[in-house]
Design a protein around this ligand. Structure first.
Ligand SMILES: Nc1nc2c(ncn2[C@@H]2O[C@H](COP(=O)(O)OP(=O)(O)OP(=O)(O)O)[C@@H](O)[C@H]2O)c(=O)[nH]1
Ligand SMILES: [Mg+2]
Length: 431
């Protein structure tokens, strides 16, 4: 995917030795190239790149950021603005009607969405309202059965509107109903009429347009036409996995101002992601997904029965840290965890990251030589205490300092995360 080039651009920014006008210009050029290659509308490319250039050269660098982080933050924020909002469909009784041209992925996506909500604990079902293509009934029925969601359809049925009416009646005990409709080569008046009638009968909370990412910039025309014809309130982009032109569909959503609900990332039933703009852009830039990390931290914390709250608030003491080091260790090498954080956002020296089993044992020995007071309030550990602890534990002062350094680092990182104050703004952390 062409947008993957953005990751190299982020690396280039953080790897640069000097930050000057030349770097900004280079970065802006690279971004333009990547976006155009991804079929983003030229006007949007211009808007995004000009905004980056303007801000990077005129805005004051925040005191908490270095010059590279400053530029990366601006790139992140402008790209985020570029994709607009995501549409989050809440877990409550609703109907979703899918529309779109032939082959865009409606039927597959109908089943994917039903499965998505089933996995979230909802009773979901699909209605086969495509009477145009004879095989559509069997296709959806089979998909629904394979993923264990409800199904209503009428084999060889002719009247889609009546099918939807009866389907809704028969599925009234279901919470989330997804209606699959027929597609055509083009948006013909016959199709518009049928979509309108189905929408009237079903009165769906969501009318989602299914757009094939592979059509690139043509997505814009298509989205506009559907929006004018029946008034959609969300977009699903499919086949994002198989094309370098996904930027075209993203651009289309921004152009008509309709939020993106889901992205289809493959042919399998689980290849569907809710569209979360911050996570999406972070991943494109290789900044990791903070939320994924936080979920992971929480999960392991629960397993370990450690005080996750204190850990996250940064109020934990040295007394807890041994258990917590173990918990963090369970998530994999510390370095891996830090890789999930925004690049360059943290200044952690290499030693701190090398938390080996051996080192953990040493830390425990060091902590055994501390007083209760020191464990509960590490701040009081001054140089004479460090000396005493090192001698008492048979370690070195350097190692004691290393433990304190590790403790401080973890405390600060977690505190910042909790407050959503990691250097890259816009990454809100919902815990
Ligand atoms: N790689 C990939 N393939 C997809 C994705 N979504 C759908 N497809 C494939 O696209 C093809 C068409 O999908 P359908 O769901 O039948 O499309 P449709 O819009 O219902 O088509 P009509 O009913 O003919 O209008 C199928 O081969 C799907 O497997 C996706 O996200 N990624
Ligand atoms: Mg279909």
């Amino acid at each position: 995917m062409a947008l993957e080039a953005l990751r190299d651009i982020a690396k280039k920014i953080l790897g640069s030795t000097t930050v000057d006008k030349k770097l900004v210009e280079e970065v802006v050029k690279d971004i333009q190239r990547a976006l155009i290659k991804a079929d983003v509308n030229v006007r949007h490319v211009k808007e995004i790149s000009e905004a980056i250039k303007k801000r990077a050269t005129s805005e004051e660098v925040l005191p908490t950021l270095n010059a590279k982080e400053h530029i990366l933050k601006i790139v992140y924020e402008e790209l985020l603005k570029g994709v607009g909002e995501g549409l989050e469909i809440p877990l409550k009784k609703s109907k979703i009607m899918l529309v779109g041209l032939q082959g865009s992925g409606k039927t597959t996506t109908a089943a994917k969405i039903a499965k998505y909500f089933k996995d979230k604990g909802m009773k979901s079902a699909v209605i086969a309202a495509d009477t145009f293509r004879p095989a559509a009934y069997d296709q959806l029925k089979q998909l629904a059965e394979s993923c264990g969601v409800g199904f209503y359809g009428e084999k060889n049925g002719k009247n889609a509107v009546e099918i939807v009416k009866r389907g809704l009646e028969s599925l009234k005990n279901y919470d989330m109903i997804i209606i699959d409709t027929a597609g055509r080569h083009a948006l013909e008046s016959e199709l518009i009429e049928e979509m309108k009638k189905i929408a009237d009968v079903a009165n769906p909370e969501y009318k989602l347009l299914v757009l094939d990412a592979a059509i690139g910039q043509l997505a814009s025309k298509e989205a506009k036409a559907f929006h004018e014809a029946i008034g959609i309130n969300g977009i699903i982009i499919t086949k994002f996995d198989g094309t370098a032109k996904g930027g075209g569909a993203l651009s289309a959503a921004r152009e008509i101002g309709i939020p993106i609900a889901f992205i289809g990332n493959g042919e399998k039933i689980d290849d569907l992601d809710r569209f979360d703009p911050a996570g999406f852009i972070s991943r494109l830039l290789g900044m990791g997904d903070i939320r994924a990390l936080m979920e992971k931290v929480e999960r392991v914390m629960q397993e370990e029965e450690v005080n996750a709250e204190a850990f996250l608030k940064g109020t934990f003491t040295l007394k807890d840290i041994y258990k917590q080091i173990e918990a963090v260790n369970k998530m994999g090498p510390i370095r891996k965890i830090f890789e999930m954080l925004p690049l360059g956002g943290l200044k952690v020296d290499g030693d701190v990251l090398e938390m080996t089993q051996e080192k953990m044992k040493r830390f425990k020995v060091i902590m055994d030589s501390m007083t209760e007071e020191e464990l509960l309030n590490p701040k009081i550990i001054n140089s004479s205490r460090i000396r005493r602890i090192a001698i008492g534990s048979g370690t070195s002062q350097q190692e004691v300092k290393e433990l304190l350094n590790y403790y401080e680092t973890m405390k600060n990182v977690m505190k910042k995360m909790k407050k959503g104050k990691l250097p890259i703004r816009g990454l809100k952390i919902g815990i």
